[in-house]
Design a protein around this ligand. Structure first.
Ligand code: IPE
Ligand code: IPE
Ligand code: MG
Length: 250
């Protein structure tokens, strides 16, 4: 790969034009391993290194919210050994990295159907959340056992209950009320959605929240995704003309 391809330095970024929330579909670990005739699990292990790199890059550049799609509701259908290996890697990551998160004032959060995760992983999530709860420099959200449709179903259930209990008048249901009942309740919608490994799809990620996100898809496989490409994408984002349905400002 041409090492100069993504040569944008941090200082070239305009802090006023940074996304307030970056969401990433981390894809391509399996293909990265396959290309090298490795087991897919090796690809996931390499992928954890990229997770670290990108968390650090977000923190350094001052992006306040990062959401990483780590495991989808559909991923439960993968072979049992792969699911188990992912759960072990997840626990390891949480235990190894929570001190660095705390030191950097990064607050950890997890979103998704967390009750489907193994008890051990749920425990590590809770520990990491409480350990990093005072972090105010950045929030890291890991989407785990996450599906955009089940998030919407959960939101409908929560709102319906309030209506049935007489706490809520259906006429007052608005966009913002719906947002407040999603797993991402206190987060701004992602300004920028990145997907690695070239697939042109959303794969059930943040369906409601990405209504006006800028999308950037790179062919780079997740384990090969480095800081320089991430900074390059932030620079590309700066140049996007976000119209939100209106006429472009001149
Ligand atoms: C992304 O890599 C990680 C998860 C979905 C858990 P994949 O495992 O989907 O890698 P490919 O798509 O098979 O290359
Ligand atoms: C999307 O990747 C889910 C995550 C990155 C966790 P997949 O590899 O599961 O998506 P598809 O199967 O290619 O749509
Ligand atoms: Mg994939």
């Amino acid at each position: 790969m041409n090492s100069n391809k993504f040569s944008v330095s941090d200082s070239e970024l305009d802090p006023a034009k940074l996304p307030a929330h970056v969401a990433i579909i981390m894809d391509g670990n399996g293909r990265w391993a396959k290309k090298r005739l490795f087991n897919r699990i090796i690809g996931h292990e390499k992928g954890v290194e990229t997770v670290r790199t990108i968390i650090r890059a977000c923190h350094d550049t001052g992006i306040p919210n990062l959401t990483l799609y780590a495991f989808s509701t559909e991923n439960w259908q993968r072979p049992k050994y792969e699911v188990n290996a992912l759960m072990i890697l997840l626990s390891k990551f949480l235990k190894n990295d929570r001190q660095e998160m705390k030191d950097k004032s990064i607050r950890f959060n997890a979103i998704g159907q967390l009750d489907r995760l193994p008890k051990k992983v749920r425990h590590d999530i809770e520990q990491t959340k409480s350990f990093t709860r005072d972090g105010d420099a950045m929030q890291l959200n890991l989407a785990l056992s996450y599906g955009g449709r089940s998030e919407i179903v959960d939101m409908v259930k929560a709102i319906s209950k309030k209506v049935l209990d007489g706490q809520l008048d259906p006429e007052t249901i608005s966009d913002s009320l719906v947002s407040q009942h999603l797993y991402t309740a206190r987060l701004p919608d992602p300004d920028l959605l990145i997907r690695t490994s070239g697939e042109m799809r959303i794969s059930n990620f943040l369906l409601w929240q990405i209504a006006y996100s800028e999308i950037y898809i790179t062919d780079t496989l997740w384990p090969d995704f480095k800081r320089d490409e991430f900074i390059y994408i932030l620079k590309q984002f700066e140049g996007r003309n976000r119209r939100f349905g209106k006429v472009a400002e001149t």
